[in-house]
Design a protein around this ligand. Structure first.
Ligand code: HEC
Length: 507
């Protein structure tokens, strides 16, 4: 036996103690006790339960051997006769320690030493409140020398602590929580895997304060559970809650975490995804802005005249072009001054066009009356979100009556041109409906040519930055892969402003 290797963890109830607090045990011979052998991987935390019910927790790295596989021989003695057999003696007064138990852990073969504390919990019926933990070392005469007695409190028997944890749970939490099933509140298994301890303690001590502080996770869970208030537990100690977490860990041990998917583990991945997305969206917006407006009206001669416009003119809304830009070119046509100047043959009338099926705020809508050379773009009427007019925001204008007229609508969505047109004969009151539909560039051109608008032409061309924008769109699709699978990001609502420094990818 290599002297330097043997450590003993002995939980003893001290019956007699010498004045100097010197260690009482002189020597013992563990050769009389049967050993149980365990091979452990020292790179991992290990929890061993012996046949006699002791629980030994060996943290990662606590035992150092030549390789990471170390074989341990564990010996246990719990009653007086076993302890006698093992040769336990007190040194100063010859009195035997009444031992709560003795456990010896040593390397079974090869070199290995314990370099960090190893936790030992005795079977609960061997536990006494005033036990102390001793460390035994062989001295040069092969005598055991007990040193460094430690109170056992910080390392109470696991079994007791589990029992207490279960009791804490049953008394305080079980009225609303089932460990594994939905109840008034959510199941709590895998709690320590899913949530940081700090967050969990904060929630248990005062969930209302956490929700009020705007914590996204707390708010999300609260909303998911229909804003049911959870009791606050300011009186539970950290120790009691630690035991309860331990109990939940134990319940969780044999369950599959995949059956309890949750958002917390996904929060970081959600952030990574949002960060990439915010960067791309910022780039995309800059390109779109740089493209300029999606619709231009080119007057080949300036047939317009200054006039006093009423205050309540409709205002055409221009979006910036994403992939296409539309141009209307006219020669010698009237814009809104046709209505303002009351040209001969024009009479007060009403014209309202409602658009369906498109995001109307970004739709360009035009009224064309070829015989009067009127080509005017429209805007939303007052208080409306899809009804358009072409002069004042109540739908009033002057019209030459009984003439062939058209309303045209242009927009794009997801790289697709949407185009609509409707033909009508002008009357005093005109109420029209228009549904723009997907169209190719050729399609749209054919439909416009068919109307025979003479010297008015409409062209559609790729937007200035179409290539870059298409690449960004493809990347935006690709980064959907970054979105955590099987987990929802709905506890972390997307707010691009929260990722102001996200760097864009190089193109
Ligand atoms: C009165 C009912 C009630 C009691 C008692 C109660 N809870 Fe809750 N608990 C809830 C509800 C409801 C939720 C869901 C969130 C919300 O509505 O605030 C919740 C949520 C939680 C959460 C967050 C769950 C998650 O997925 O992160 C934890 C942790 C929690 N409770 C722990 C406890 C513990 C520990 C106890 C006992 C000490 C306890 N609760 C007692 C009702 C209760």
């Amino acid at each position: 036996m290599n002297k330097s290797l043997l450590w003993l963890l002995c939980c003893c109830l001290l019956l007699s103690c010498n004045d100097q607090g010197e260690l009482l045990l002189q020597y013992f011979n563990t050769g009389n006790l049967p050993a149980t052998y365990f091979t452990i991987d020292t790179n991992r935390d290990t929890l061993l339960t012996t046949a006699r019910g002791a629980v030994i927790r060996i943290p990662k790295g606590a035992i150092k051997g030549k390789s990471s596989q170390v074989r341990l021989a564990i010996k246990e003695a719990y009653d007086a006769s076993e302890i006698m057999l093992a040769g336990l003696h007190t040194r100063s007064n010859g009195k035997l320690l009444s031992s709560g138990g003795m456990i010896s852990i040593q390397a079974a073969d090869g070199d290995a030493e314990i370099v960090q504390p190893v936790g030992v919990s005795l079977p609960s019926n061997n536990y006494e409140a005033d036990m102390k933990l001793f460390r035994g070392e062989w001295d040069k005469d092969s005598m055991i020398n007990w040193t460094d007695p430690q109170p056992l409190i910080p390392d109470q028997p696991l079994i007791d602590r589990l029992a207490r944890g279960k009791m804490v749970f049953n008394t305080n939490c079980a009225p609303c929580h089932h460990p594994t099933k939905d109840a008034t509140g959510p199941p709590l298994v895998f709690l320590s895997q899913r949530r940081s301890k700090e967050w969990t303690l904060g929630f248990i001590y005062n969930s209302a304060a956490m929700i009020a502080s705007g914590d996204p996770l707390a708010n999300c869970i609260y909303n998911k559970w229909n804003k049911t208030a959870m009791t606050a537990f300011p009186a539970l100690t950290h120790e009691e809650l630690d035991d309860m977490f331990r109990y939940l860990d134990q319940v969780s041990k044999n369950l599959n975490p995949a059956d309890y998917p949750d958002v917390a583990a996904g929060l970081d991945s959600c952030r990574a995804y949002y960060n990439a997305r915010a960067a791309l969206e910022r780039r995309r917006n800059a390109q779109i802005e740089d493209n300029g407006p999606d619709m231009k009206h080119v007057f080949l001669d300036t047939g317009t005249h200054p006039f006093d416009a009423p205050e309540n003119l409709v205002a055409p809304k221009r979006a910036n072009s994403v992939q296409y830009s539309f141009t209307i070119t006219t020669f010698g046509w009237y814009n809104i001054d046709a209505f303002a100047m009351n040209l001969p043959g024009f009479e007060p009338a009403n014209l309202k066009v409602s658009l369906a099926g498109v995001h109307t705020g970004h739709t360009n809508i035009w009224l064309v009356i070829p015989s009067a050379k009127v080509c005017v773009d429209g805007g939303l009427l007052k208080g409306e979100d899809k009804v358009y007019g072409f002069y004042t925001d109540d739908g009033q204008l002057s019209l030459p009556l009984g003439k062939q007229a058209y309303v045209l609508a242009f927009t794009e969505k997801d790289g697709q041109i949407l185009f609509g047109r409707t033909a009508f004969t002008t009357a005093k009151n005109n109420e029209l409906q228009l549904v723009p539909a997907p169209a190719s560039r050729e399609n749209m051109k054919q439909m416009i040519d068919y109307m025979d608008l003479q010297d008015l032409s409409v062209t559609v061309a790729p937007a200035k930055n179409i290539d870059t924008l298409q690449r960004i769109e493809a990347q935006l699709k690709a980064i959907e892969q970054l979105k955590p699978k099987g987990q929802r990001c709905d506890c972390l609502p997307y707010d691009p402003a929260a990722y102001p420094n996200a760097a864009g990818n190089a193109f």
